[in-house]
Design a protein around this ligand. Structure first.
Ligand code: MG
Length: 257
């Protein structure tokens, strides 16, 4: 069941979303060659707690893994890692693609967003293109977050944007509704024909998150570990925003200033 949020609930979600945006802006500034993802994770957790919020991913239990709750504030996925990478002591290298996903819970409501970047700013041509296309696809999807549109209009816009550039959209993982739970209905695939799925209504809040691979869309996801990787070893990128469907169109709750 898709939960419609009241105006008061959207106000709370704006606050949670703003903290998530602030964390990702911090990561953009701090991610560089020689820093470890564990150090980035500590910075993120400290900021979230300083804002009076709780890291949403830390301790999260998912049915699709049997390896225990997620141990960190950030998901940090590097190069061929798609999503759910666990921060560790390995230092980032110049030119790595770093995808960072994070969530915060404040006053009972969640925000969830992700970015991808090239460490040091000098990526290969394909890394730069993959990141640009993934971010563009997210915004193309967000353009359909209007009352009266269908959910799969978002999915279709994302898929079209990605495949036009010769990349592929991950099928195995999808976006989701979000509110007083981090994962609510509806699931939001990043592929599909337009005009199907629920009609969007004011007060729906959606976490839209294209995961885009350089090569095949197939991934390796195991019950034994969190991290998901591309099956063919190619690069992957991930962007996400929490978006409220408002009477007058989309409002991105996790927009970085
Ligand atoms: Mg999400």
């Amino acid at each position: 069941m898709v939960v419609i949020k009241s105006k008061d609930e959207i106000v709370k979600m704006r606050r949670a979303g703003r903290i998530v945006a602030e964390v990702l802006a911090l990561i953009r500034r701090e991610a560089r060659a020689g820093i470890s993802t564990l150090e980035l994770d500590a910075l993120a957790e400290e900021l979230i707690r300083r804002r009076g919020a709780v890291p949403a991913f830390k301790g999260y239990k998912a049915g699709f893994v049997s390896c225990g709750p997620f141990p960190a504030t950030l998901c940090t996925s590097i190069n061929s890692e798609v999503v759910h990478g666990i921060p560790g002591g390995t230092k980032l290298n110049e030119g790595d693609i770093l995808s960072v996903d994070t969530g915060a819970q404040l006053d009972g409501y969640f925000g969830d967003a992700a970015i991808s970047l090239v460490v040091g700013g000098n990526g290969s041509a394909v890394a730069d293109k993959l990141i640009e296309v993934t971010q563009t696809a997210l915004f193309k999807g967000i353009e359909y977050c209007w009352p009266g549109k269908h959910l799969s209009d978002i999915s279709h816009a994302i898929q079209k944007t990605v495949e036009r550039e010769g990349f592929s959209v991950v099928r195995r993982f999808v976006g989701h509704g979000i509110g007083s739970k981090m994962h609510e209905d509806p699931p939001i695939p990043n592929y599909g024909e337009p005009g199907s799925g629920p009609k969007l209504k004011p007060g729906m809040v959606l976490a839209i998150e294209p995961m885009v691979n350089e090569g095949s869309y197939e991934v390796i996801a195991s019950m034994d570990h969190w991290v998901v990787t591309t099956r063919d070893g190619g690069l992957s990128a991930h962007f996400e925003h929490t978006v409220a469907v408002m009477e007058d169109g989309p409002e991105i709750l996790t927009q970085q200033k």
